[in-house]
Design a protein around this ligand. Sequence first.
Ligand SMILES: [Fe+2]
Length: 427
Amino acid sequence: MARLRLKDLRPGARLPVPLYDDQERLLLNAGIVLSRRNLDRLLARGVSHVRVDQRHAEQLTNDGKAARARRQQLSNDAARSEPQESFGGRTFPIDAFIHQVKRSRGRVPSVDVEQQFDQTIRAAEANVKLLFAEIGASAKIPGAKVKDITVETAEQLAADLDLFMRLGINVDHSDSSAYMHGVRVARLAMSAGTIAGLTRDRLLGLGMGCLIADAGMAAIDRSIYNLPRRLTRSEFLEITKHPGRTFDMLTKVPEIPPDARTVAYQIHERWDGSGYPRQRRGVQIHPLARLAMVADVFVALVSPRPHRAAYSAYDAIRIVLTETSQGRFDPASVRTVLETISLFPIGSIVSLNTGQVGRVVSTNLQDYTRPIIEPFLRGSRDWSGQPIDLLKDQDLRILSAHASLDDALEAISNSPGFEEALASEFD
Ligand SMILES: [Fe+2]
């Protein structure tokens, strides 16, 4: 997002994208013409600066010198940020966190490294458990601790995004306690935010918001949440109060940035206005919250609930895609989350058109239906250790995802690829 002075905006320009204030509140919708009256009204409301999508900043200002400087800056940035092959050949803003992120793409150097990584991830979870116990006991949010935990999460993510997702997100979801839900949503949202090109600050705000979004739930009888049946209207109304409670708890915490507060407050809104607490819709919802809600729903689906078993990641994605086609989620945010976890998330067991079985070890940003897989060698009953990039080997194709290795080995699947049916939903 670019920050522009209100007085630099060019009257008469039609907004190609929405205009936000510094708190990311919507000021003017896309399509509106910047009239003098509009600008005067904003000024009267005390707005001195606006935020707008970087790519459209220049066409909205009449400051030639500033525009030239920005153009120069952009071309300098482009020169400095060499496209990274590992990130799909895309370019990202120079300040995007993704430039600090490494990917092993399934090539884990040694068992030791993986074990160490696993230990730091579990230690972080133990910290979050303590954090939630503290919030439950004091009804206060220790901001510095929330921030420390999130900074550490960003460091783990940067050390190896693939290992981070395999050990931190695609793990056994049998523990569906509030703190583990927050941890997983934060990890998935931060991974997706990284791939969306967010800056470190934005990413931390997103992560903190996801981590403690349910802090306000402590004030609500949690037994309601775990009832093994559909909620009654009054029980549901009780649940809808928790984002507001979290927001109130957070306003008194200086370490928590406005991004995090907004994410926690809006994570249960929906793109079509069917969410809560305010029934906001579309671009009225903060961009980070739109990403967070997809991560939140995905993690909820792959976690068991008292009234249902956990869905497989593959089925969870299908549900999210169906709901997206019904308007419930922002398609751009869904696409980002999908690019992050891929249609076949890291750790998935898949069968190929060649009759081979493999496990997904890394995703490919260019095509979420063609991840990198490691084949299973039936002869030696072991993983081959030789990853195959399905993007490079176009003769290979995933036919099906399976619940387990045994299922995959047993199945002789002749079903047509789901990927074509699902990919076409976005076209
Ligand atoms: Fe919640």
